[in-house]
Write a protein that binds this ligand. Sequence first.
Ligand code: AMP
Length: 355
Amino acid sequence: MRRDAAWNPPAAVAPKRRFGAPRRRKAGATDIFHQHNKTDNCIDWPRFNANFSGVRIISSIATMQPLAQKWRRTGKRIGFVPTMGCLHAGHLSLVREARKRVGKSGKVVVSIYVNPTQFGPKEDFSKYPRDLKCDLRLCREAGVDVVFTPGDAEMYPGGICSRRCESADEPRFDKRGYSTYVVEENLSRTMEGASRPTHFRGVTTIVAKLFNIVLPDVAVFGAKDWQQAAIIKRMTADLNFPVNIIVGPTLRERDGLAMSSRNKYLDGDLRRQATVLWRAIQTARTAVKRSKAVPAVKLKANLKKLIESEPAARLDYVEFFEPDTLSPMSRVTLGTHMSLAVFVGKTRLIDNGRL
Ligand code: AMP
């Protein structure tokens, strides 16, 4: 695994470390080693607040919010990493960044919540990989103070629209149900927002709620979800959340595949074919280096051909844009940002990189 070259120079590939063995630090090498153990089974979702050998597990807002308020009263800084669980080294790099920002005396909170409102009706919400036992072990090892694992009834009391409200214009709520959403109206329109129409409404809503519950000073998000990070920054500024948003680099497997919980779906040859996203980014980088400015239409067509030369791969979108505003670029140059989404078999993968 290595950090995305757009953020950091390629690091030496570090040797694999047996889980639980002491870390060896090496200049220039990333020190994140984790191999998922496929035999790990999930444990029951905790229905109460418990301690798991050093990591406090909290599943109720009534416990989490007053604890965060107490921390703040006593001058402790709070670092927060929101996740959907099934943690991997990419998530853990964000945890380390959060710890770095709040220091030893600060508190690091990781939330693990598969948020139903950010999944479309035909998406993989019920199948999304969950492995709380493994997650808690990793959080304990990473020195996390609290894992916040709320259930749906806690986050969406009264339930959410059963049709998952595909269209915001046509809401059909249960009158007693949850009915307040946060919507970013500009950056959310393209790319993931175009392919998954209600996705970002779910993301901004859950992140706003989590900010109000965890009360972080600093929240760390991954560059892996570039558009998401841009939207969260926008929402934080627009709604005046007193939270410093940090974006950590994408962590990759040795062959360039961006780490993702969904990589667990990739069996057999699909895992090899999935590297085509990284190969597409590299191909675009080479094209831009060679000819300084390349018409986006031409580059898109070439990349589609490359991607779909893999038998199970189908391009959803590839876009070139200005990295902060996400404005589309018709001519692709050095410094342009590229994002793409590709179905590999039934698994939809996303990736991005600076060209
Ligand atoms: P998720 O659990 O997929 O919702 O991701 C939780 C956070 O981890 C998000 O901010 C993601 O952008 C970030 N993340 C996911 N994959 C990676 C990765 N490979 N490297 C760094 N951050 C990541």
